[in-house]
Design a protein around this ligand. Structure first.
Ligand SMILES: [Zn+2]
Ligand SMILES: [Zn+2]
Length: 358
């Protein structure tokens, strides 16, 4: 029968979105299947996409398990399971993981689009009714399917450095790849200093690019300035590379206007179709020979690139600044309210905290 499976059931608590409300549910998971990995979450972060779910901006299944950014320790794994680098995984190992499970063999997977796999399971967007049930990181535990890329990480990096590896950091890795070859001192304009824009700005500056950021919030601008970027100059010359990470349709139009002849625009901010539109003059694209790439989620290589960047640079940057003070899991609904204020790019949830410890 191949690998052995755990015989014990697992009790977890998790944040669930259903009929307009975020609540905490307790689930008793069946014994895990072969190749599945159980992870006890130590920290998770609420992403803008989670907020879109809770605000009803997208179709959601009944009782959606929320959260797709997280870090934790393996509690149960088969003996022969390895991470993306080939390291054998054992109980107690600290890991980050990608937000999706893909088949690796359908037409989309083979075309380099695993994030759009025909049999995609996307963490943070599935019902608790559907196996493997524990698919949200806003939880005490998550169950990873065999197709989920996992990377073991050292204890020397704090949770707040690595917590966003599975979404914001990997997406920034995908944006960097889509931006094409970036010679040192390439001028890049980034729209938006939310988590994706901020990680993007930080990664670009570590590649030697000269990064300007357009962001209305002075607090968020201050964060990316600490990462080595500067506030966008209103009279700046057009840029060879422009990243739209704000999610504003108007910013997308402005991004085109700010792009130089032969330049590239990477659009990654607008993730909820039907939320906003803007009109563009197609002649702008045509006459300037602009290339536009859409980036939604990421490939396994992008995820690896993001984690490698965190391992190399995470200690040197004050990445805590992207996170709220930690909240216990029981305050997840409050976390979403804080997320909606826009005060923090990410709201941090620590399942080990109790209400009294706040
Ligand atoms: Zn596939
Ligand atoms: Zn996300």
């Amino acid at each position: 029968m191949g690998a052995s499976t755990a015989q014990t059931q697992v009790d977890i608590s998790l944040a669930v979105y259903d009929k307009g409300a975020v609540t905490i549910e307790r689930l008793q998971l069946p014994p895990r299947g072969p190749g599945e990995i159980d992870v006890a979450i130590t920290s998770a972060a609420i992403c803008g996409s989670d907020l879109h779910t809770v605000l009803g901006h997208r179709e959601t299944p009944e009782r959606t398990a929320l959260g797709h950014e997280g870090v934790g320790r393996i509690t149960d794994v088969d003996p022969d399971v390895v991470d993306l680098r080939g390291a054998t995984l054992r109980p107690g190992d600290r890991v980050v993981f990608a937000l999706f499970s893909s088949c690796g063999s359908c037409d989309r997977c083979t075309a380099g689009l695993p994030m759009k796999c025909r049999s995609l399971v996307k963490y943070g967007h599935e019902s608790v009714l559907k196996p493997p049930h524990a698919t949200g990181t806003l939880a005490t535990g998550v169950r990873l399917l065999p197709g989920v890329p996992v990377v073991r990480i050292p204890d020397s990096l704090s949770d707040s450095v690595v917590v966003s590896a599975g979404c914001a950091v990997a997406t920034a890795g995908a944006i960097i790849a889509a931006a094409g070859p970036l010679a040192p001192r390439t001028r890049v304009l980034v729209f938006g200093a939310g988590a994706v824009g901020a990680y993007c700005a930080a990664m670009l500056t570590s590649l030697g690019c000269i990064v300007q950021v357009r962001e209305p919030s002075a607090e968020r601008l201050a964060i990316v300035e600490e990462f080595g970027a500067t506030a966008a100059h209103p009279d700046a010359e057009p840029f060879p590379v422009v990243v739209e990470a704000s999610g504003s349709a108007t910013a997308f139009v402005e991004a085109l206007h700010a792009t130089d002849i032969g330049g590239r625009v990477v659009a990654a901010g607008s993730v909820s179709p039907g939320q906003s539109t803007a009109s563009i003059d197609p002649a702008l694209l045509v006459t300037r020979r602009i290339t536009v790439s859409g980036v939604h989620n990421y490939t396994i290589d992008d995820f690896r690139r993001g984690v490698d960047w965190l391992l190399a640079h995470g200690r040197d940057l004050n990445l805590d600044r992207l996170l709220s003070p930690p909240l216990p899991l029981s305050a997840a609904a409050e976390g979403f309210r804080q997320m909606q204020t826009g005060r923090y790019p990410r709201v941090l949830i620590r399942p080990d905290l109790t209400e009294a410890a706040q």
